[in-house]
Write a protein that binds this ligand. Structure first.
Ligand code: MN
Length: 423
């Protein structure tokens, strides 16, 4: 039983209607202020609750937390304490914020220092990411890409329904929401009969994804069964796997994505715990053919999370270009982690495992411009009268996501990045 998830809970903190961060969410992040270089915090409404302050002033006594565990640049050390400890901290924070609890509320001095308006903090990348893997687990996305570049009749490659296809991405260029992305240059081949040219990408794209974060190390040779995968997964962030389609298309054979992907990926700053998303579990699509035994699983392993992407041109209002749902994913996170480790590959605390582009069944639910514009054939209309097939300099792309039930909205906060002129 996770008490912090009770939909009846109310906080003495004012949480605006439609906020991503009601008392039932309580995601973890790293923030800095004018006075603090980096500290762990929890989001509540429009405020960040400073965990360093709570810890140092006895509000977390009894949880047996190591000294300085929240006074760090990344959440890795905290997450490495394990899911039970993370759960205990979330439950205790929930207790402190409940409207029937006076411990923090009645101490005006303490609550004033511990609760910092979000407008006064800068969110930092929440985890040090040792490894980043990107999957390709949306059947609709894989089908769309296969239809465009190969054969609509055989859009999925023969392996696709037998294993969660993935590749190893670049961890060093993962940035937090709000970090600008410079348009990359690279080799492209505009004319199939002529040699390639070196220039800024003409086909800069976003990929709407959700990433899970791991909280335990394994050793080489160790495997993780689907049934135990969630012991290793602490939570999710939103994720934009920016892509330069023209660079990608020329370079990808035979080893897959490289410079078309590794110039930058953006993660949202709040790690929403798997615990907070418990009420939003759903069954995934039926898997046919049957998967091999090591990929078999039981229970609801998909999550009903509404996702959308907005594009805002430099001097115009934003427009929603995609609405979809994380529940459509064919392969679930348990299967992804089981597959990733079935050969003995070791994982580390803070690893990022992105879902692959999340596309739904209808054209308005496609999670990339490649699909929305059908590789440039169909233009999207912006609010200023301009059109897009791919991203323009000055565009800001924002991914938003939330789960909602019983008027409780468990949101992620923005995953946003602005495109700057070429490097
Ligand atoms: Mn991707």
């Amino acid at each position: 039983m996770i008490y912090a998830n009770n939909p009846k809970l109310k906080s003495w903190m004012d949480v605006p209607k439609g906020s991503d961060f009601p008392i039932q969410n309580l995601p973890f992040g790293i923030f800095k202020t004018r006075y603090l270089s980096a500290a762990a915090g929890v989001a509540i409404g429009d405020y960040v609750l400073d965990l360093v302050y709570l810890h140092e002033h006895g509000y977390l006594d009894g949880l047996d937390l190591p000294a300085g565990i929240f006074n760090q640049r990344f959440l890795n050390g905290f997450f490495a304490l394990g899911k039970n400890k993370v759960r205990e901290v979330r439950e205790r924070v929930s207790e402190l914020l409940r409207n029937d609890n006076d411990e923090l509320r009645s101490n005006a001095g303490a609550s004033e220092i511990a609760l910092i308006p979000m407008t006064e903090v800068q969110m930092l990348k929440p985890v040090r990411v040792p490894n980043y893997t990107d999957f390709y687990s949306s059947e609709e996305h894989a089908t769309n890409v296969g239809s465009m570049f190969r054969d609509p009749k055989n859009a999925l490659l023969p392996n696709w329904k037998y294993l969660p296809v993935g590749y190893h991405g670049r961890a060093s260029s993962i940035v937090v929401s709000g970090t600008p992305i410079q348009r990359p240059r690279g080799q492209i081949r505009p004319h199939p009969e002529e040699p390639p040219v070196f220039c800024p990408t003409h086909k800069l794209d976003f990929e709407l994804e959700v990433a899970f974060i791991t909280c335990r190390d394994t050793v080489l040779g160790q495997t993780i069964h689907t049934a135990e995968a969630e012991d290793y997964i602490v939570g999710f962030t939103l994720f934009n796997d920016w892509s330069a389609r023209d660079i990608q298309q020329w370079e990808y054979a035979p080893l897959g994505p490289f410079l078309g992907k590794n110039f930058g990926s953006t993660m949202s700053p709040w790690v929403v715990t798997l615990d907070a998303l418990e009420p939003f579990r759903v069954h995934g699509p039926k898997q046919n053919p049957h998967v091999l035994p090591y990929l078999a699983f039981e229970g609801k392993k998909n999550f009903d999370i509404i996702l959308e992407v907005q594009i805002q041109p430099a001097d115009a209002a934003e427009v929603v270009v995609c609405r979809t749902n994380f529940k459509y994913m064919y392969w679930n996170i348990n299967q992804q982690l089981a597959h990733h480790t079935v050969n003995g590959c070791n994982i580390e605390v803070g690893d990022v495992y992105a879902s692959g582009t999340v596309s739904g069944p209808s054209p308005g639910s496609y999670g990339s411009l490649l699909e929305l514009s059908w590789n440039g054939e169909k233009a999207l209309h912006m609010t200023d009268g301009s059109t897009r097939t791919f991203l323009a300099d000055g565009d800001t792309v924002t991914i938003r996501g939330f789960a909602e039930k019983n008027n409780i909205r468990i949101g992620f906060g923005d995953c946003s990045g602005k495109i700057l002129p070429p490097i």
